[in-house]
Write a protein that binds this ligand. Structure first.
Ligand code: GLC
Length: 552
């Protein structure tokens, strides 16, 4: 691989905390249960803040905890300004954010503007008011096709499978790009944007440091809701590329006005507030448009998560991230795991939900190396709970327990995302592995397999070469070595199968993606290694950070 300079140092604005932060994603339902009902909650998160502090992350992002009938575990919101009783109260939220700030941890919440729940008061009113009413104009209601209106108004598919239309109890249908319990708002209606600006202010006033924005390339739909011309879909699979349903130019106006609000709060309070978008576009240039200087601060860079464990593939993806995304003037938000994707240990092992775990020894080695790779790259990183425990996907949950609407809407063809959402193991020797308090009912909402014991946080803390120690040490080094945040990035020449780059003058990261040992292309003092054998040689599927001879 040739030596080349890929990206210039980040500008002075890089000192904004979010540009280089490591953010930990808390899937509240599965993180920690304080009251023994087998479901995680906000007080459970609060009790574990010291764990997150000692892990060394800078911020946490909470998945939706708002009132919701839980058809998509909180991504079907019925009240954007409250807390679902299973998760606590607004007071528990206030206590959580107060304690997090005391520990110098920032807090991001998740906002879901594309759709709400069928139980949201606006949607209930729309159903009750009937065709042609102003209440229906907040959503996409349309008459059906066919002699009796018995066919959906167009051919769009839901992301979770099946038609994107559900018939109301009268002549009309309503649009849902996700589950039928998640009606899409009509963002061309001015009430919708004013409503969400109030929601944004509500959480900013409560002190949040930022918001993660769900499906931020959704919101507007093409005028007239035309058929998707190339809709050769399978009945069961979703349609993430329908050009009429996604990425409409008008959506950028929303992000400009939200950015102005975030900036207003940052200025007024002297604390930077950040907007991070989930933008599911495959085109990197299009993605970069969402994080122009007056739009979202960042968007998740999912290409990294989707890349094969292959030096060339990773090299290309990193170049695209640093060139195109960082070229937007912001920084890249790297991701290896989240609540929607099979866990990296299993992905790198060749396993899949429903198809078995794969070679977990291999998967873990690669996931450890990938973590060091990600944490050495310029920009910020988003970790998903359990990633630091080396948790593989639970690939064999019994079908009758699967809750993901993707599983049900696809008639079981797609197993869905439950396998990365199983409640965390905290202690090896307790019931529910310490997820629920001892002596409580403690049946976790998804069952934990016995082998979760091997990944319990307390066990891993006691073992110096565990995944948890790897993350803790890498994050501590990120705090200690400014080059990891601000040093410029430069690829080094390497033999095939290997990636190596420097950050500033002092530090290098080398990754052996191949299945044979190679010579470490970098000389110096090894600071941290994903494999205890790494040194002058890099074992197969390993990574090291090396302090260069003239580094500090
Ligand atoms: C986003 C969320 C996902 C959810 C979907 C619908 O992709 O990450 O979990 O199901 O939006 O809200």
């Amino acid at each position: 691989m040739s030596a080349e300079v890929c990206c210039p140092p980040l500008p002075g604005s890089a000192r904004d905390w979010w540009q280089t932060a490591v953010v930990y994603q808390v899937y509240v339902r599965s993180f920690a249960d304080s009251d023994g009902d087998g479901i995680g909650d906000l007080d459970g998160v609060r009790a574990r803040l010291p764990y997150l502090r000692s892990l060394g992350v800078d911020a946490l992002w909470l998945n939706p905890f708002y009132p919701s009938p839980q058809h998509d575990h909180g991504y079907d919101v019925s009240d954007y300004r409250g807390v679902h009783p299973e998760y606590g109260t607004l007071e528990s939220f206030d206590r959580l954010i107060r304690d997090a700030h005391r520990l110098d941890l920032k807090v991001l919440v998740d906002v879901v503007p594309n759709h709400c729940s069928i139980e949201h008061p606006w949607f209930r009113a729309a159903l009750a008011a009937g065709p042609g009413s102003p209440e229906r104009a907040h959503f996409h209601f349309a008459d059906g096709r066919g002699e009796y209106g018995e066919l959906p108004p167009n051919n769009w598919r839901s992301i979770f499978g099946g038609s994107a239309w559900q018939r109301a109890s009268d002549t009309q249908w309503f649009l849902h790009t996700f589950a039928a319990e998640q009606p899409d708002f009509n963002w061309r209606h001015p009430d919708v944007s004013s409503y969400f600006e109030e929601v944004l202010r509500f959480w900013l006033d409560r002190g949040v440091d930022g918001l993660r924005i769900d499906v931020a390339h959704g919101l507007h739909k093409a005028d007239g809701l035309p058929d998707h011309e190339h809709a050769e879909h399978d009945e069961l699979t979703g349609d993430p590329i329908n050009p009429h349903a996604w990425n409409q130019p008008e959506v950028h106006g929303v992000w400009r006005s939200w950015r102005a609000i975030a900036e207003e709060y940052s200025r007024r309070t002297g604390r930077d507030r950040v907007l991070v978008g989930e933008v599911g576009l495959l085109d990197t240039d299009q993605l970069a448009q969402y994080q122009r200087p007056d739009e979202l601060h960042q968007t998740f860079f999912f290409e990294f998560l989707r890349a094969e464990w292959d030096d060339q593939a990773l090299h290309d993806v990193i170049d695209r991230g640093l060139g195109t995304i960082a070229g937007s003037g912001s920084s890249v938000a790297w991701v290896l795991n989240n609540h929607d994707m099979p866990r990296s240990v299993t992905r790198y092992a060749g396993g899949a939900p429903g198809a078995g775990p794969g070679d977990l020894h291999l998967g873990l080695a690669r996931a450890r190396a990938a973590a060091l790779l990600m944490l050495a790259l310029p920009g910020s990183s988003y970790l998903y709970q359990g990633e630091e425990l080396g948790l593989p996907e639970v690939t064999d949950l019994p079908e009758h327990l699967l809750t993901d609407p993707m599983f049900h809407r696809s008639g079981g063809v797609r197993r869905g995302r439950d396998g990365c959402r199983v409640p965390l193991p905290w202690t090896a020797a307790h019931d529910s592995f310490g997820f629920s308090p001892d002596g409580t009912r403690g049946t976790t909402w998804l069952p934990q397999p016995d082998w979760f014991a091997e990944h319990a946080a307390d066990l891993l803390l006691g073992s110096g070469d565990s995944m948890l120690h790897l993350y803790r040490e890498a994050l501590a080094l990120r705090h200690r070595i400014p080059a990891l945040a601000f040093g410029d990035f430069r690829w080094l020449p390497t033999e095939p199968g290997v990636l190596a780059f420097t950050r500033g003058d002092g530090l290098a990261c080398a990754v052996n993606c191949s299945s044979r040992p190679v010579c470490n292309p970098v000389e110096g003092v090894v600071l941290i290694a994903s494999d205890t054998e790494a040194g002058e040689k890099l074992p197969a599927n390993s990574a090291v950070w090396t302090l260069l001879p003239d580094g500090t």
